[in-house]
Design a protein around this ligand. Structure first.
Ligand code: GLU
Length: 322
């Protein structure tokens, strides 16, 4: 008797994970739409996580704006929103576990000391750490007692390439040790680093499908090391091309004129944004589809790996969609 495989195949769990360090812009809108379409079009779930561990840069008004932007785009999510800053215990436990197994070590180096010692930066601008504190102390308490400084915590990265498989780009290789060295998982001010939090949270939220901007591809290799060290499952990745303007400049670098909050306040039609995002990955649709309407037509293919151009004409069309 033939078995209906679709009935037993696991449905994907995707996620939207804004960092409320500023207003979301059209680049975020595109990544979020693609992540949502990717999971929902396959009958999957989508969870929402507010990545607000950087207390200096995150602001409550950006959390409110991000939620409003996501709803305005016509996207929904399942279950409780996970707000990272509300409970640090899961991250602390992961750090303890890594210290206990000698997989992470305390580091008392200041930024200035690291800059003075460091070689070239990684492709995503992260500064390489030379490993000056490696092997000096086992626990943060020992490092504190020996130096009088509050230590951060670094994952000991192995030498050699780390491979990840990207659904759009195939196999990618990053030499984490050469590019960034042993990287921070808890900062000296006690803040949990993004790399650790994202790994712990994807696992506890059951996320197995990550769709995000290609600027985070090098991070996937650091996260792969953490998945391995913490014995957590590795999600599948699709790193989508970033949105650029006519001069090839990344949107993230532009002024606030592309902020979703502003477009929303100006009465722009969110369906025009959805239409632009869908067409940017080769999904044909009318001018103003609802996000939901595109589910039967959506598929994430290699076209999504290329940079997505937002021309002046595209922007004008969005602005006129009120
Ligand atoms: N919170 C991160 C950001 O907004 C995304 C993290 C991730 O997708 O892994 O850039």
């Amino acid at each position: 008797m033939s078995q209906d495989l679709s009935a037993v195949q696991k449905k994907p769990v995707g996620r939207l994970a804004p960092s409320p360090t500023g207003f979301l812009h059209l680049g975020h809108a595109r990544s979020f739409l693609l992540a949502w379409w990717d999971a929902r079009s396959r009958g999957g779930r989508v969870v929402l996580r507010i990545e607000d561990l950087d207390r200096e840069r995150c602001k409550p008004q950006f959390v409110d704006a991000a939620r409003a932007d996501i709803e305005w785009l016509g996207l929904d999510w399942d279950g409780e929103v996970l707000v990272q800053s509300r409970d640090l215990a899961p991250y602390e436990r992961a750090c303890e576990d890594l210290i206990e197994r000698d997989l992470a070590y305390p580091c008392v180096c200041t930024r200035a000391e690291i800059a003075a010692l460091s070689a070239p930066h990684a492709s995503d601008g992260e500064q390489r750490y030379s490993g000056a504190c490696r092997g000096k102390w086992r626990t943060p308490a020992e490092a504190r007692a020996a130096t009088g400084r509050e230590p951060g915590l670094r994952l000991a990265a192995p030498d050699g390439p780390v491979r990840i498989v990207d659904r759009l780009r195939g196999e990618l290789e990053f030499d984490v040790q050469r590019e960034v060295g042993d990287f921070l998982i808890r900062r000296r001010d006690g803040a949990m680093a993004y790399q650790l939090a994202v790994v712990v949270d994807d696992a506890r939220q059951g996320v197995d499908t990550v769709v995000r901007g290609e600027d985070l591809a090098p991070s996937a290799a650091r996260q792969a090391l953490l998945h391995a060290r913490l014995n957590l499952p590795r999600p599948s990745y699709a790193h989508v091309g970033l949105v650029v303007d006519e001069h090839g400049e990344r949107l993230a670098k532009r002024r606030g004129d592309l902020a979703l909050a502003e477009l929303r306040a100006a009465g722009v039609d969110p369906r025009a944004v959805a239409g632009w995002a869908a067409r940017s990955v080769g999904v044909s649709c009318g001018e103003r589809p609802r996000a939901q309407e595109l589910l039967p037509h959506f598929g994430l293919g290699p076209a999504a790996a290329a940079p997505a151009k937002l021309s002046a004409a595209d922007l004008e069309a969005l602005r006129r969609s009120t």
